[in-house]
Design a protein around this ligand. Sequence first.
Ligand code: NAG
Ligand code: NAG
Ligand code: NAG
Length: 747
Amino acid sequence: MLRSSITPQVYTINLFISALCDSGRLDYASKVFDEMPKKECVPNVYSFGILIRGYCRNGLSLMGLEVLDRMESVGLEPNMVIFNTLVSGFCREGKVEEAERVVERMRARGLNPNVVTFNARISGLCKAGKVLEGYRIFKDMVEDEEVGLPKPNQITYNLMLDGFCRVGMMEEAKSFVELMRKIGCFEKLESYNTWLAGLVKNGGLFDASELLNEMVGKGIEPSVYSYNIVIDGLCKQKMIPKARSVISLMRNRGVFPDIVTYTTLIHGYCNEDNVFMANKTLDEMVNNGCFPNTFTCNVLLQSLWKEGRIVEAEKLLEKMREKGYGLDIVSCNIVIDGLCKNGKIDKATEIVSGMWHHGSAALGELGNSFLGLIDSKDSGPKCEPDLITYSALINGLCQVGRLDEAKKLLIEMMVKNITPDIVIYNTFVGGYCKHGKVSSAFRVVKEMEKKGFKPNTKTYNLLMWGLGKKRKFSEIQDLMKEMKEKGVPPDVVTCNNLIYCLCEAKMVKKAAALLDEMMRSNILPNVTSYRLLIKTFCKASDFDAAETVLQAALTTLGEKEIIYRLMCNELCTYGKVLEAKEMLKVALDKGFSIENFTYKYLIEELCKGGKVDDAQNLLNCMLNKGYQFDPAIFLPIIDALVNMGEKREANKLSEHMMNMAAHQDKSIEGSHLYPNMMKERSKLNQDSSLGNDWRSILHRDDGSGIALKVLKRVQKGWGQVIYKCEARISCPMLVFDACKMAWYLKC
Ligand SMILES: *[C@@H]1O[C@H](CO)[C@@H](O)[C@H](O)[C@H]1NC(C)=O
Ligand SMILES: *[C@@H]1O[C@H](CO)[C@@H](O)[C@H](O)[C@H]1NC(C)=O
Ligand SMILES: *[C@@H]1O[C@H](CO)[C@@H](O)[C@H](O)[C@H]1NC(C)=O
């Protein structure tokens, strides 16, 4: 047009700028904007608006703000839409204060923020986790009519609901849904989908399935997105068969699974380590006319790398290339990260330098199977190393202590115009701390401050961890003070660090007081916080204080197996066996798994201390409640009973033990061998001669863990007798017969 001396109209140019913005070419868009022929074709409000929207949509709201300044400087009046665009842009980027300033500017121009403005603010606050602040605005909108605030609309309600779900405030979310139902604004697919996603994210899978049914019942046809939410939840909970049944359900209702559905399913299989089914699903997907995209493949790739299944990952890469999927920077980064995590950092470094020249073809350097890739003329998406690539590499190097090389990479990335972020600096801080170079870590912090990055909570946590390892407890407390002064909010990790150091420094009372302080500052202590305290109090034989902490833990975290276990095991370790026994009995009453309780040690200790009745009582409790446990715990009790001359009781218990062990043997191995062995055993009882069959069982080399453990106990208890046949006995039944024999001998 220009060459033909046709002056484009503003309208034409605006279209062009808009298209450039939509395809993310903001540099071109702003160039076209700047070069608009000023005389005939002056940028109008729309031109500015389009450019501002372009910046905001691409996460560059600050640059959008500059355009607004320019607009005002040429005397154009920004309208409501432009202001709202900026407000939501800033909110999306989490720059709530900037957003507020824009709101001030619009007020100054006599424009009253409307519901769109408010929605943007609520959305921004909720996404930044400040749900209660968002809710305050929402309530103002509902209540303060006289101030002239706009009424919340459907979108406002959905945003609030999403906000509550996002931070797991499910009680609030539930009552909010009730409220929405009451005023009739819980009718739209949007709201249902928000609530579905919230339920699934917060473990309410069952309620989510009910909700799906409710939707169908109410004639609100769930979309493929609705089904995908539920399928994703099911897959994450490793309930793939259920997920499959939801897929059948959606098919029956005429909704067809899409790329996301299949990719979710593939992800689920990968997480279960079931590459076979993942691969099959890939085929199924293609057969159903749904073609995987690079994202699907990246999911597979990621899982394979995570598992260290390098060969399969390589095969997949090859397949992706064959089928013509462009490898994007995400694929490249997965591979780089995978290599680093699998200890092949040098290979990763090599590939990254290759990427600067060949793009994704550099992955060809991965192995022989990829030689072909090097020559690939594949002009897929540009694949140059980015911040993530370097983060992976630097993290890999820092983890293994190659800190100087990591530093070189940091310089390299800056030379390539990739600005390191706080995550990378924290990686260095963590790396130095991990390898005992705390003063270097502090130097990194100075460096990052010079570059304009304020150390965040993570930075401080890492420094404290490093100092803790060097037992520099007073310096940790200094850091804590510094955090307060600089307004860096502590989190549970910070507090746990402090609790740890106070405990180690024998200031456990002060550490315990920190629990209250945490609650006051809205930092929920976690199991680690309580464990540190319970351990320390028990170690110092202050069992009453430990009990107080236990009660606090139960109040804050709820009745959890781990809390009882902690207390029981610590009590046991520090000699309070009767208290430990009571704790274990509570756990039994509550039906918790006792897998990780030190019940064996506890029973041994009880017997050792002459408290055989208590040991037996505990054992009976476990038996009566149908618990499965290591049959070896019978041994100390039988031993003690024998010593006390309670021959009949001991006999009864050893029968019990043998039955139980045999039963467990069967259930563990699930093998058909057991009935045979049973037969053999009765034969043995009859004529006590070792036949040929016995010999073959004896040589069966599949001793289960139980057999070996029991064997050890037997060796300890009846050393001389059993010694002769020690390692050759791998059959549990034999061990028990040996025990029994030993016991008779002893009697
Ligand atoms: C995936 O399935 C294809 C056939 O559909 C087969 O050729 C390939 O070997 C399978 N790959 C894996 C890793 O199981
Ligand atoms: C509790 O916090 C610590 C950090 O101090 C963390 O390592 C641990 O994983 C957390 N525990 C739970 C159960 O979240
Ligand atoms: C017991 O510990 C093992 C290994 O740490 C863990 O996998 C298992 O889940 C634990 N069991 C319970 C009931 O917490």
